[in-house]
Design a binder for this molecule. Structure first.
Ligand code: PLP
Ligand code: COI
Length: 362
């Protein structure tokens, strides 16, 4: 399904000099481009009124369903500029499909895959100049999202929804670069339960993670690790990233997708790159106790987190109110650093894209 987009250009775009200044050192999510995509869905009409409009506030009735019942989903995906000036994105069909699964779980309408891809191309057609040059891991981060936009306080799936895409030029998510980060272990709060919304990319999951994140900040940690809600025994994921553990025999594990963990696209790409190297990769249940013993005994030699925003980030320590695992000021692991180089190389077009993960936007 392709539909034609109306284009209403921003009459007051950011001056070139100001944009260039922003692109020198972009801060994740702090500045947005000049336009946004909007596509409307109504129960009796389906998707319609696709348009690119100036970036700006959303006029919303205070009774809009999303403000009360949290019927919202989103995605995160980046645009990479290559050396020849062309602009590419990474595995967008996977984001489109995940957004459809999130929509289903949140009783929102599913945006067709081709329309998702088209929406990114339409935004790049007007805001392509916002994609930074390929240095210092700079990219343009798209934030596609969908909200229940019906004015009605009854609790039921909304009959009107809006899909929008906004975009922000970004540098590394963690300002320390490859410096290993500290992770707070959430012992008193859970992010997702059985048959809940953990697998969906929906705002409520992130709201549920913020109390523990604040606790983590107080202890010098930059992210939170969640355990399974039922037994607080098994490692699930971080607030916004998936986790991998590297053992001294060269094998790698990551928590299996059990219904409560986000199906990370970086995770699935990293799994492929690890298998390509002929290393043993297991997706399975991993207990906190296994990680405790493994890190203390030196059997687990590297830990890293991954996601679109974070790319691949080494984890140095896990902290909780009871313990500290790992060493202060450790160095990033070898496999972590080399996977990060390979993945970003593919994304920026300097390493062969042997799995055909890249899609050209412009
Ligand atoms: N887990 C959570 C909770 C996330 O928010 C993200 C980020 O999108 C990820 C994992 C990593 O997913 P992806 O690699 O698709 O960005
Ligand atoms: C992403 O990586 O795209 C996310 O949505 C995670 C968040 C930490 C920004």
């Amino acid at each position: 399904m392709t539909i034609s987009f109306e284009r209403h250009l921003n009459p007051n775009p950011t001056p070139d000099a100001e944009r260039e200044e922003i692109l020198k050192a972009p801060v994740f999510g702090a500045k947005l481009t000049d336009h946004q995509v909007l596509i409307v869905w109504e129960k009796d009409k389906g998707w319609h009124s696709a348009q690119v409009i100036p970036y700006g506030p959303i006029m919303m009735d205070p009774s809009a369903a999303v403000l009360h019942y949290g019927q919202e989903i989103f995605e995160g995906i980046k645009a990479y500029r290559h050396q020849d000036g062309s602009i590419w994105t990474f595995r967008p069909m996977e984001n489109a499909k995940r957004m459809q699964r999130s929509a289903k779980r949140l009783a929102l309408p599913e945006l067709p895959t081709e329309l998702f891809l088209q929406s990114l191309k339409e935004l790049i057609a007007v805001d392509g100049a916002w994609v930074p040059a390929p240095v210092d891991e700079k990219t343009l981060y798209f934030r596609p999202f969908e909200i229940a936009a019906e004015n009605f306080l009854g609790v039921r799936a909304a009959h009107r929804a809006e899909y929008r895409v906004i975009a922000s030029p970004v540098g590394p998510y963690f300002t320390g670069g490859l410096k290993p980060v500290k992770i707070w272990i959430a012992l008193d709060s859970a992010r997702a339960g059985r048959h809940g919304t953990g697998e969906a990319k929906t705002g409520g999951n992130y709201a549920a993670s913020l109390q523990a994140q604040n606790e983590g900040y107080e202890h010098g940690c930059s992210q939170v690790m969640f355990l399974d809600a039922e037994s607080a025994t098994y490692i699930e994921e971080l607030g916004g990233m998936n986790l991998f553990f590297v053992y001294k025999d060269g094998s790698v594990t990551t928590p299996a997708l059990d219904g409560t963990i986000l199906h990370g696209i970086t995770r699935s790409s990293v799994i492929q790159l690890i298998k390509d190297r002929g290393l043993k990769l297991e997706e399975r249940k991993i207990t906190l106790e296994e990680v405790r013993q493994g890190m203390n005994a030196g059997d687990i030699v590297e830990v890293f987190a991954c996601g679109t925003a974070a790319v691949i980030t080494p984890v140095g320590q896990f902290l909780s109110k009871n313990e500290t695992l790992g060493q202060e000021n450790s160095e990033p692991g070898q496999l972590t650093a080399s996977l990060r180089e390979e993945l970003t190389g593919i994304q920026y077009g300097t390493v062969e894209d042997r799995h055909n993960w890249l899609v050209k936007l412009s």
